[in-house]
Ligand binder design. Structure first.
Ligand code: ZN
Ligand code: ZN
Length: 146
């Protein structure tokens, strides 16, 4: 799965992919179930869907890790959160408020918009909750991919 418009994932899947990136290695189904307080059978179903989309590689003994495509997608998801949160701090929200608020709607914002915002903000290197990375999307001409 390519990133395309960045809108193909549910908020729950967005959260999982970001967690995989944060952990940086294979995550066990039971760890995910505990971390997100969800039934392991539900987690397994979601992991299978993410694997079917090419974003995760399922591991033996009930776990998974990010595929190369999944790494790219997760990096975009983290960037989207940080660009949006940084923007909100410019309009009076504290760092913590911005992170919480953005978590409510970030999955609805397209990659095109994030790339344009990153350009307009001058490619900031730090967000309120970590480093912001740049890719050919925001560093390029910002046109919609044809
Ligand atoms: Zn944050
Ligand atoms: Zn940028």
């Amino acid at each position: 799965m390519e990133i395309r418009d960045g809108l193909g994932l549910s908020p729950r899947k967005v959260t999982y992919l970001k967690y995989f990136l944060e952990r940086g290695s294979t995550v066990k189904t039971n760890d995910l179930a505990t971390r997100f307080d969800v039934d392991p059978s539900t987690i397994t179903k979601t992991l299978n869907e993410l694997s079917g989309a090419g974003l995760l590689i399922l591991a033996p003994y009930h776990g998974a890790s990010l595929s190369p495509a999944g790494q790219l997608y997760a990096a975009f998801l983290v960037k989207r959160h940080r660009i949006l949160a940084l923007a909100l701090t410019h309009y009076g929200l504290s760092d913590e408020e911005a992170c919480t608020e953005v978590s409510r709607f970030e999955s609805l914002v397209s990659k095109h918009t994030i790339d344009r915002m990153c350009q307009a903000m001058g490619h900031p290197s730090r967000g309120v909750c970590g480093e912001i990375t740049h890719d050919t999307g925001c560093l390029g001409n910002g046109r919609r991919p044809s």
